[in-house]
Design a protein around this ligand. Structure first.
Ligand code: PLP
Length: 407
């Protein structure tokens, strides 16, 4: 039986049930980080109460049990995104570190001066800055794909942009600022037509759509545990086995070696080559628990539930007047970016917070997108699995009140 009852789902998230500023909390900032269900919190506590030990090194019972759980988690992640091999899953600190691993290990060694990397204008800074660094270091060329009139990624422009110089397309599966999904299968097909690699930033996508890396045929895919109802400080890099085999280590130290002599080291095979030092063990078991939780949610129900909230919030905001909504209307996650005309986004968010409604304001780590949209920032409400139409109502009332006070 899969979970599809909003009351029951809400009850599984203890952090939601509190007052802030004297009001019942309405948490609409899940695109920044998702709340954690009791199952994940309990699993992490249990790790420290019962299992605490280091992995991949002890001969004793607890360490063996810990290692088995750690590798079971790797298998759970591999199954979750349908990777061919468990060894294609590298545990990292999060999306940011995963992209840095690719840019440092793959980028530094396989990209050269004049090679082109294509990004979408919707990328989070985590998928922009590492490429800027590589541009300075290696002289690679960065090119951008923009949006169509209706706010979708412009695939026709992408087709015109690619050439034999294109070596990598690095693109989000879902914009953290606008909620817009990108057509990853089409993007991968375009990339393959010029033998370019594809990196998918799935930080937002992972809690929305079923991901199948074999079907997508992407070369790299990255995400963070904390946006998937799991702990902070843990994330995943998926990469095709044949690429990992060729990539040098990103960090070095214990666990990632075969042999160390006084003067030289030989490295382990992937995935261990990329996991130097004691890993974030409780993060890994917490992530496994989060995936098990997310797998228990009825996805047909979830899609309909989130669409209902998004559509209601969008049409109610439109009715208020003096509101600009950014991005596409169709093909999007329940993320709503908007401004009240003539008012600074942070003033609106502060007034909403006083009413217990938690939203994010600012540039959302997407300054190139803000510039493209000709704004300094927006207010972003992101709805998730545990929100409901009651939250939408309170959200709209809080925007209306802020508007009345500020205009
Ligand atoms: N990419 C996207 C699309 C994101 O939304 C985020 C976080 O907001 C990141 C990358 C960076 O993720 P993290 O801070 O977990 O490394």
């Amino acid at each position: 039986m899969q979970l599809n009852d909003i009351k029951q789902i809400k009850s599984l998230f203890p952090t939601l049930h509190q007052k802030v500023n004297g009001q019942d909390l309405v948490y609409l900032d899940s695109a920044a980080t998702a709340m954690k269900p009791t199952a994940v919190i309990d699993r992490i506590t249990r790790y420290y109460q019962l299992d605490n030990s280091n992995v991949h090194r002890g001969a004793h019972y607890l360490s063996q049990r810990g290692t088995d759980e750690f590798e079971k988690a790797r298998h759970t992640v591999a199954e979750f995104i349908n990777a061919k091999h468990d060894s294609e899953i590298i545990f990292t600190r999060g999306t940011t570190e995963s992209i840095n691993l690719v840019s440092s290990s793959y980028g530094r060694n396989f990209l050269k001066e004049g090679d082109e990397v294509i990004l979408s204008i919707m990328e989070h800074h985590a998928n922009v800055v590492p490429w800027h660094v590589l541009k300075t270091e290696k002289g690679i060329v960065l090119k951008y794909v923009y949006l169509t009139e209706d706010g979708q990624l412009d695939l026709e422009q992408l087709k015109r942009l690619v050439s034999s110089k294109t070596k990598l397309i690095t693109v989000t599966g879902c914009s953290n600022t606008l909620g817009t999904f990108t057509d990853l299968k089409a993007i991968t097909a375009i990339a393959k037509s010029v033998s370019a690699k594809v990196l998918v930033d799935a930080a937002q996508l992972v809690s929305q759509h079923k991901i199948d890396v074999q079907e997508l045929d992407c070369d790299f895919l990255v995400f963070s545990g904390h946006k998937l109802f799991g702990p902070t400080g843990i994330g995943v890099l998926y990469a095709k086995q044949e690429l990992l085999e060729q990539m040098p280590p990103y960090q070095t130290g214990g666990s990632m070696i075969l042999e160390v002599t006084e003067q030289a080291t030989t490295f382990h095979r992937p995935p261990f080559r990329f996991e130097a030092g004691t890993p974030h063990i409780e993060g890994v078991v917490g992530l496994m628990s989060a995936i098990q939780f997310f797998n228990s949610i009825d996805k047909t129900w979830l899609r309909a539930h989130e669409d209902k909230m998004l559509n209601a919030a969008t049409s109610e905001l439109e009715k208020l007047g003096d509101v600009v909504i950014y991005g596409s209307k169709a093909n999007k996650a329940p993320i709503l970016s908007f401004n009240i005309k003539g008012v600074h986004n942070s003033d609106v968010a502060a007034l909403m917070d006083q009413q217990g409604v938690a939203v994010r304001s600012g540039h959302h780590c997407t300054q190139p997108l803000m510039k493209y949209l000709k704004t300094v920032g927006t207010i972003r409400a992101s709805f998730s699995i545990y929100n409901d139409l009651n939250d939408v109502e309170k959200f709209v009332a809080s925007v209306k009140k802020a508007k009345d006070l500020l205009l």
